[in-house]
Design a protein around this ligand. Structure first.
Ligand SMILES: [Fe+2]
Length: 338
């Protein structure tokens, strides 16, 4: 298969209070607003090569409105759309904001995906212009401000089938997966269109709501930037949900927090680069440190929440079966290995 997709280009999320979310992204994360169209607000990181990477839209609940990939060529856009339709998914062509002829579809597990070739390359001028030719904009003066959008992690009822569909139809490489120690249940996988461990992650979702998202992530250059981001958030009164620490899978430093809608945001850095075209998927277990490289802390239960919230009275348990949740949260208690 020719390379169809090049990288994640933007995410669109919904918020019940768009202005509160936008204010948070500007003042606490360090993004800037570039466009307002109707009720939608378009934001960018200082190092994003295209005009925007985050769109905040009004909605009754926090959710992922769509996740967008730029294709590798105009021809690849047509081929990707053809392959999606050949897989039995209709989709539709729309005119996107700065993305021209744009293909939108809802994947088999309910996630909206947007594919496009056209973009507006961003080149700031004046006070925001950079002295360096490669930079679309001068480095932000906001401590810990992310350079660019990095990845999105969605939730689905069948992790391995999800990864296989996006591999077979759109050419993602499956890099790694986490299977429970006690049972052959796949709870997490990372898939990629480029050299990173993932631009699309997937976690197991035991709820009955399709198309949910667990978090999306920004990239900072160094671990010091990530620690400064954590410092700024704490000083601004934003709780850190998990981290700073390092994932085993992907070996990225991570930091998780919530924006005002309650949607989970990650900042990450580091990790491997992998260009191997015939890479074979690696299987981890929680006790090997898939989630926590150092195997010395438990993931907070709140991290199992995805968005929008699951149906049912127990919003924090999210329908994840007890044995899965218990092992994810406390993978080292009953497993002495390593
Ligand atoms: Fe992540």
């Amino acid at each position: 298969m020719i390379s169809l997709l090049s990288h994640l280009s933007y995410v669109a999320v919904t918020s019940p209070d768009v202005e509160a979310s936008v204010k948070f992204y500007e003042e606490q994360v360090g993004l800037t607003v570039v466009d307002r169209i109707g009720d939608d607000v378009y934001l960018r990181c200082w190092g994003d090569y295209y005009r925007y990477s985050v769109v905040v839209k009004p909605g009754p609940e926090p959710s992922l409105a769509t996740m967008a990939w730029r294709t590798s060529s105009p021809e690849a856009l047509e081929e990707a759309a053809r392959r999606v339709q050949e897989a039995g998914i209709e989709g539709r062509w729309v005119e996107g904001h700065t993305t021209g002829r744009t293909f939108e579809f809802v994947g088999p597990w309910g996630h909206s995906m947007t594919l496009h070739w056209d973009v507006e390359h961003f080149h700031a001028t004046g006070a925001q212009g950079s002295i360096y030719p490669d930079r679309p904009q001068r480095r932000s003066r906001h401590l810990g401000a992310p350079r660019q959008l990095d990845h999105v992690t969605v939730a689905t009822s069948d992790v391995d089938a999800f990864a296989a569909w996006y591999r077979d139809v759109l050419g993602f490489r499956i890099m790694a997966r986490t299977v429970l120690d006690e049972a052959p249940i796949s709870v997490f996988s990372v898939i990629t269109t480029n050299e990173k461990s993932h631009d699309l992650g997937v976690v197991l979702d035991g709820s009955t709501r399709a198309g949910r998202v667990n978090h999306y992530a920004f990239w900072v250059d160094t671990r010091e930037d990530l620690l400064q981001a954590a410092d700024v958030l704490m000083e601004n009164g934003t709780a850190i949900e998990y981290g700073p620490s390092i994932h085993g899978i992907g070996e990225q430093n991570f930091l998780y927090f919530r924006e005002p809608s309650s949607l989970r945001i990650e900042v990450n850095t580091g990790g491997y680069r992998n260009y191997v075209p015939d890479w074979e998927v690696q299987t981890w277990t929680p006790s090997l440190g898939s989630n926590n490289f150092y195997r010395n802390s438990q993931m907070p239960m709140s991290m199992t929440e995805s968005f929008p919230p699951a149906d049912g009275p127990s919003a924090t348990e999210e329908g994840v079966p007890d044995e899965i949740r218990d092992q994810l949260l406390n993978p080292y208690a009953t497993h002495g290995r390593g």
